[in-house]
Design a protein around this ligand. Structure first.
Ligand SMILES: [Ca+2]
Ligand SMILES: [Ca+2]
Length: 318
């Protein structure tokens, strides 16, 4: 019941926050906000240096280029000697009664690629060339509610931009594919991976980071063998009861055949999760383990026991 009240309050806060952000929407795309999401890791990786292309040239990308404050941005993405132009237009509802506006549409040379529905705020736009194969990728991250970011992607090849499909073990459901991932773009690496940051709600609220890359089917999926890593988690969880769990080889590692036995009053700190059924942890004395967790309607359980009966306090946001 408490959780339901909290959720209702969160919804109200979200609506209030959305109304405020709508009012603050910029008039021109040049002033589009470029806020870093609160969940982004503290260390911001250095952006790769990129030379400005002249007309009819493509930028040489060794990492990624943030376009958010450079719109409209023109470059030759298909190599035919003519520039294409990317722009974002903020939209507004026609009246207060319309409530939350759809805040933007993404355009190419005045042609609409996509109107964001429902709206996204704090939009950020990134250009990359994953795999350095001369085919560009464009990613758009925005906040759909209150610190709930999503990222859409397009492949820029010959002809029309093609939406990127996201697939695999993402969050609580295994999905065939969707045209976005729940999280914000962090950076892109030369090995063809992008890093996504997202809030995970499992035994508390945690900011996770996970690499994604194209799979053999050309869809973006979490890189095999990786989990959502919690680089900044400093919340200790205190046990109400004794708990046993498989030990693992290292931080967020694989089970090593051993068992960790923890007593009531012991503390542990979560180090990552798969977002679905496992949460990794480190004990106060530096041992590593993994918890098998099960999602109930509003809670998580470990071995059939709900989370509140196992830990004295769970740091859920909101
Ligand atoms: Ca062109
Ligand atoms: Ca590419």
């Amino acid at each position: 019941m408490k959780r339901m009240i909290a959720l209702t309050l969160l919804l109200l806060l979200t609506l209030t926050a959305c109304g405020r952000r709508t009012a603050e929407l910029p008039e021109t795309p040049a002033e589009a906000p470029a806020e870093t999401p609160a969940e982004a890791p503290a260390e911001t990786p250095a952006e790769a240096p990129v030379e400005e292309p002249s007309a009819g040239e493509a930028p040489a990308l060794e990492g990624w280029l943030e376009l958010t404050n450079q719109l409209p941005y023109s470059f030759d993405w298909d190599g035919d000697g003519e520039d294409e132009t990317i722009d974002i237009q903020p939209l507004k509802s026609s009246s207060e009664a319309d409530g939350v506006a759809f805040p933007l549409q993404l355009e190419n040379n005045g042609q609409i690629w996509r109107s964001m529905d429902p709206g996204v705020w704090n939009v950020m736009l990134y250009l990359t060339d994953l795999g350095s194969d001369g085919s560009y990728e464009l990613f758009l991250s925005g906040d759909v509610a209150s610190d709930d970011y999503v990222t859409y992607g397009w492949r820029l090849t010959d002809g029309d931009p093609e939406p990127i499909k996201f697939t695999g073990e993402v969050r609580y459901d295994n999905v065939t594919w969707v045209d976005y991932v729940e999280g914000a773009f962090v950076d892109a690496a030369e090995d063809g991976q992008i890093r996504i940051t997202s809030n995970l709600y499992m035994l508390g609220t945690y900011g996770g980071v996970r690499p994604y890359a194209f799979n053999d089917a050309g869809e973006m999926a979490p890189v095999e063998g990786t989990v959502w890593d919690y680089p900044d988690n400093d919340q200790d969880l205190t046990l109400r009861t004794a708990l046993t769990a498989p030990s693992v080889t290292a931080r967020n590692g694989s089970p090593d055949g051993g068992t960790l036995t923890l007593e009531a009053g012991d503390t542990l700190r979560l180090t990552g999760s798969d977002g679905v059924s496992r949460a990794w942890f480190e004990t106060a004395d530096g041992r590593f383990g993994v918890l098998e967790v099960e999602k109930l309607d509003w809670q998580w359980a470990i071995g059939g026991v709900v989370e509140e009966e196992i830990f004295t306090f769970l740091p859920y946001a909101g």
